[in-house]
Write a protein that binds this ligand. Structure first.
Ligand code: PMP
Length: 405
């Protein structure tokens, strides 16, 4: 894995005082390999024309590249059809699309959506907007002390009014890999569809939407070595056909008159306006890059780092680790006793070590854990054991500094 670090020029950059960057904030966004950045430049230099509408050569080439990118995503998540792959701005927009369109068609006041206490704000607030607009009701699965979903509670939340389950596949705070198959199976036994937020899963698990039998699946390119501003909503055709468009505009129509507008077929019905056709091709490049190495190989390496980091962190003592689920990936959240997460983050930053501090866009989970924030180190396949050692060394130094105060 270490040999692939050279694909990421930014990893050799310097931070404060010329210290080499130790990038451990991969759950926020991953770094981009040269191939992905080059694909962006290549696109703008060579294949830039608005897609789907031009008869000219360049427009056709750009359209082909964009649709080929869609097919690459389809293969990556093993969707049945390319038309089940909707390009969005990211996970957030994908979830907002479902929240808006699904609740418009399939929910009325008093109908219920099941979320969990470990959701990112982007899988809470869109539902709250619908709660305000339509009077839908949000039910929340509690999280156990080890950071797992309480599955008995999950089953007990279902009622006659349950219309959708919307849950994160992997927690961005706890690293917990939720039992997606079990969640989907139970929901389907109650005739309820499931949306999985895959933002933290795609780079670490081999996602197969058919095997999961999930109804909707959302993720962002930038979490898997791709560009910012592009993401995916996978949806089963029968659902995408059933729910109305999310936004109106060009591309998403078959015909428009002031009397009657006919919407376009899938996937275009959900893609109003000029899409990020350069971003989509760069995303496809990122997926090819990740597949070329192998998500399983990356995940195995990340798991070794996670276990090593967890052990070393425990050996430091006076530390509280959040999230010790049996099935966990790539994220290590913690607090040093008596030291504010922000102080830890700033001091580590001075040593060139980039970690995330704060509530990680999961304030309800922070409340459930009884804290305001945490420090989070998150690993990608390009991280090394030496970098974990630097993190642990840095944390020792933080503790020493605080002892002297
Ligand atoms: N869900 C989870 C679990 C996440 O970790 C994130 C990103 N931190 C999001 C949703 C939102 O992703 P984006 O900002 O790319 O839309």
């Amino acid at each position: 894995m270490q040999s692939r670090r050279k694909d990421f020029p930014i990893l050799t950059s310097a931070t404060h005082g010329g210290r080499e960057l130790v990038y451990l904030d991969n759950a926020a966004t991953t770094q981009k390999p040269e191939a992905v950045v080059n694909r962006i430049c290549y696109g703008y230099y060579n294949v830039n024309a608005n897609i789907h509408r031009g008869v000219h050569f360049l427009s056709r080439e750009a359209t082909e590249a964009h649709e080929e990118a869609r097919a690459t995503v389809q293969r990556f998540v093993n969707a049945r059809r390319a038309s089940e792959i909707i390009f969005t701005r990211g996970t957030t927009e994908a979830i907002n699309l479902v929240a808006s369109s699904f609740s418009e068609e399939c929910m009325s006041a008093g109908d219920e959506v099941i979320l969990s206490a470990m959701e990112h704000h982007s899988n809470i607030v869109p539902w709250q907007i619908q709660a305000t607009r339509k009077g839908i009701v949000i039910k929340v699965i509690p999280v156990t002390a080890s950071g797992e979903l309480d599955m008995d509670a999950y089953r007990s939340l279902f009622t006659e009014r349950t219309r959708l389950v919307s849950i994160t596949h992997v927690s961005n705070v706890l690293g917990t890999v939720n039992p997606a198959r079990e969640i989907v199976e139970y929901a389907h036994s109650r005739n309820v569809p499931v949306l999985l937020d895959g933002a933290q899963a795609v780079a670490h698990l081999g996602v197969d939407v058919q095997e999961l039998d999930v109804d909707f699946y959302a993720f962002s390119a930038h979490k898997i070595y791709g560009p910012t501003g592009v993401g995916i909503l996978y949806g089963k055709e029968e659902w995408l056909d059933r729910i109305p468009p999310y936004q109106g505009g060009g591309e998403m129509i078959a015909s428009v008159s002031f009397e009657k507008t006919v919407y376009n077929e899938l996937p275009f019905k959900f893609e109003a306006g000029t899409p990020d056709y350069i971003g989509s091709t760069a995303m496809a490049e990122a997926l090819r890059y990740a597949s070329g190495i192998g998500i399983d190989k990356m995940a195995a390496h990340e798991h070794t780092l996670l276990e090593y980091a967890t052990e070393e962190l425990k050996r430091l003592g006076n530390v509280r680790i959040f999230g010790e689920a049996e099935h966990k990936c790539s994220v290590l959240s913690f607090l040093l006793d008596g030291i504010h997460h922000y102080d830890t983050g700033v001091l580590l930053d001075n040593m060139g070590i980039a970690v995330r501090t704060g509530h990680h866009c999961a304030q309800p989970l922070m409340k459930a854990m009884g804290v305001e924030g945490m420090v989070r180190a998150s690993f990608a396949f390009y991280n090394t054991q030496e970098e974990v050692d630097k993190l642990i060394g840095g944390l020792k130094r933080v503790k020493e500094i605080f002892k002297q105060l």
